[in-house]
Design a binder for this molecule. Structure first.
Ligand code: ZN
Length: 248
């Protein structure tokens, strides 16, 4: 099976369409897994939800799903993020909010993959940005493999007795493939589709291929200007528009 793994789509439909198209250039896609924050920041929350639903996507919730429905308070969001959450909440229908609320915080797919937005220690909020957070997450991960999002930066954490703190944490580059070995617990962050933050504005995602037992990171160009124009029409905060061109 081939699985497209997306995270932090952030209501950016042009970026989402681009990664779906790119994934299919390598063959059929049997599943799509979304690691949270499919809404928030961007101009097309409902369209991204329905596009992902069309693909039969398995979702977990991120902080933006929870904030958009009022399930968590926006007090912990910075002012731009808060403005975007309130705009998103205004756009979404009652049915869309109900389906956001129904998304679990963690799930296991294809038997061996734990999916979560942040970490298994703190599913909605914790950034897996260090070997320490990676070790804590992997200690709680009951499957050999996992995927997380939230940082908007592609990376991998693996249990490694020889590494300081027992965990190796490093970034992942475009085209890089990771071989999955059931004897080594790993968690992989595919980066962000709709708002990358590693100084590369291209959409980021990963493909899991069960035949080769590998995960490959993909960076995909998309029409950034079309999303920015929609954000301008919606009067979304200036920095949220500008950062898409910079990838940060
Ligand atoms: Zn996010």
């Amino acid at each position: 099976m081939r699985v497209l793994v997306v995270s932090d789509v952030h209501a950016n439909l042009a970026a989402l369409e681009a990664v779906l198209r790119d994934a299919r250039t390598g063959g059929a896609i049997d599943a799509v897994w979304s690691l949270g924050d499919c809404v928030g920041y961007g101009p097309q929350p409902g369209d991204c939800m329905s596009r992902l639903n069309d693909e039969g996507t398995a979702f977990v919730a991120g902080n933006h799903e929870r904030a958009a429905t009022g399930a968590i308070s926006v007090d912990d969001f910075n002012p731009d993020a808060r403005a975007a959450v309130l705009w998103t909440a205004d756009c979404l229908t009652a049915d869309e909010k109900a389906s956001l609320d129904a998304m679990p915080e963690t799930r296991i797919e294809a038997e061996h993959f734990s999916l979560v937005h942040g970490t298994l220690r703190w599913p909605i909020w914790e950034y897996l940005y260090s070997a320490e957070a990676g070790a804590a997450h992997l200690g709680l991960q009951e499957t050999p493999f996992g995927f997380c999002g939230h940082t908007h930066v592609p990376a991998i954490a693996s249990l490694d007795a020889g590494a300081p703190g027992g965990c190796d944490f490093r970034g992942l580059a475009d085209g890089q493939s990771v071989s999955l070995d059931p004897g080594t617990k790993v968690v992989i962050n595919p980066g962000s589709v709709g708002q990358p933050r590693d100084d590369d504005p291209r959409a980021s995602c990963a493909i899991y291929d069960s035949e080769t037992q590998s995960v490959t990171l993909r960076r995909v160009e998309y029409d950034i200007g079309s999303t920015q124009r929609l954000m301008e029409e919606a009067d979304l905060p200036r920095w949220l528009i500008e950062r898409l061109s910079e990838g940060r």
